[in-house]
Design a protein around this ligand. Structure first.
Ligand code: IMP
Length: 429
């Protein structure tokens, strides 16, 4: 095995962090390769709980190298806070963390821009971003003229570069930014800020692409940690209600610089139900007491923003699509314990779109919004499964539910999770 990937198959928050944390000790390097501080993952070690945004989940093991690869957009203030938080608890993350010199920097103007345009209505609704400057930073990356990479922070040309960009941004943003926000766009102050970032992060900024190639040549094992989920993929998700990176399996190679031939295992992660944060179509959303019950039992509130997550039944149409898109060869089905006390459970097996039945996810948000779920009803198991530690301990109805989902999405089950703790995990691979 050279590289294993952990990819979300829904709209993010599938509990990928727990799986990465469990798999990390079997690997030499853990790689974050897309997204940025919009992601939030929780790593639990004994009684300690760590909330991370940029730092890969292998950071607690000193013998694992953690890489923030070129496809990530980094907000240095937040990254430094994460590192200081770990240091305050006796961990030294700087000795086993590498940051790509090619990764882009989320600058103060990106945060400002995200805040200023977040409420813009697109296709009938606002996207509801995390306000972390993600979209504006990726926009500048693609536009090139106003981009800042980690290498720029440690370049002698930094003051000139900042001045050029700030001059131009002041003109571009004057019509959307508040006077207070405009006052923040000061080239001198921003240069000083960048110099502080460079002092703190500079020693970790490296060419991670060569490093990963050398590791692969040396027979080391890589674990690729996806952020968000495949339905939020910029090219293949529920556009425009997506994030600005390739959050499905197709993004692993472009974001990390690891070529496809090294990838041998794709673990697709899905919750046993569905959740979504922010705007956008969600055919199986439950706006009733059942949705509320899932939210409360599953503690479905955002790690990054604290927003209540929208909750609904498992959507096998959407996950069948993302499992194919991401090339999942195993399913990791999470949060089964949350469904312990329901009389019956529904799984969406097809949609009705404009009077026709379809088992395909429409490519257009407007069409997806018109889709009505066609459900199959399965009996609940009315028993707490958080104590289950092996496949044969599941109640028969829970086995039926798991098997049916696996059958509907045509992916074998590799991992089952029945709670947040490490031991509440059943590995079949
Ligand atoms: P952005 O990534 O902040 O631009 O937000 C775009 C959309 O993706 C919004 O609907 C967010 O709620 C959603 N999103 C971004 N990151 C995450 C995540 O880590 N989990 C769940 N949803 C996310």
């Amino acid at each position: 095995m050279a590289a294993t990937c952990v990819i979300g198959l829904q709209w993010g928050d599938e509990a990928k962090g727990k799986l990465v944390d469990l798999l990390a000790p079997r690997h030499d390097v853990v790689v974050r390769y897309q997204g940025g501080a919009n992601a939030g993952h929780t790593v639990v070690s004994g009684k300690e709980v760590y909330k991370l945004h940029h730092v890969p989940s292998g950071i607690l093991s000193s013998n694992i190298t953690n890489v923030i690869a070129p496809g990530v957009v980094i907000e240095p203030n937040m990254l430094i806070k994460e590192l200081e938080g770990l240091e305050g608890r006796g961990i030294n993350p700087r000795r086993n963390l590498m940051i790509s010199d090619r990764a882009h920097v989320v600058m103060p103007w990106h945060m400002l821009e995200d805040r200023a345009i977040n409420k813009t209505v697109v296709s009938g609704e606002s996207i509801g971003t995390t306000n972390r400057g993600i979209g504006p930073c990726y926009r500048d990356k693609v536009g090139r003229t106003h981009a800042m990479r980690m290498a720029d922070l440690i370049s002698p040309n930094l003051p000139d570069r900042i001045r050029e960009i700030v001059d131009s941004k002041r003109v571009l943003l004057s019509s959307i930014a508040s006077p207070e926000d405009m006052a923040e766009l000061d080239a001198g102050r921003i240069t000083e800020l960048c110099q502080r970032w460079a002092t703190s992060l500079g020693p970790m900024i490296k060419d991670t692409t060569y490093f990963l190639h050398d590791q692969l040549d040396a027979g080391k094992k890589l674990l690729m940690e996806g952020a968000q989920g495949s339905l939020l993929d910029i090219d293949h998700g529920t556009y425009p209600f997506v994030t600005s990176s390739n959050a499905s399996g197709v993004g692993v190679c472009s974001g990390s610089g690891v070529p496809p031939r090294w990838i041998d295992r794709m673990i697709g992660v899905a919750k046993a139900y569905s959740t979504r944060v922010g705007g956008g179509p969600f055919p199986t959303e439950l706006l009733d007491e059942t949705g509320q019950k899932i939210r409360e039992i599953g503690r479905e509130y955002g790690t990054t923003t604290g927003r209540p997550r929208r909750c609904g039944w498992f959507d096998a149409v959407a996950v069948r699509y993302t499992a194919r898109l991401s090339g999942a060869n195993y399913l990791s089905l999470m949060m089964l314990d949350v469904l312990s006390y329901f009389d019956e459970l529904k799984v969406c097996v097809a949609y009705e779109l404009d009077g026709e039945r379809t088992d395909r996810l429409p490519s257009q948000a407007d069409a997806l919004r018109r889709c009505k779920p066609i459900y199959e009803t399965l009996p609940g198991w009315s028993k707490d499964v958080s104590y289950v530690r092996s496949l044969d301990q599941f109640p028969a109805n829970a086995r039926r539910y798991i098997d049916r989902i696996s059958e509907l999405i045509s992916v074998p089950v590799g991992v089952l999770s029945v709670g947040p703790d490490r031991e509440q995990t059943i590995f079949l691979i």
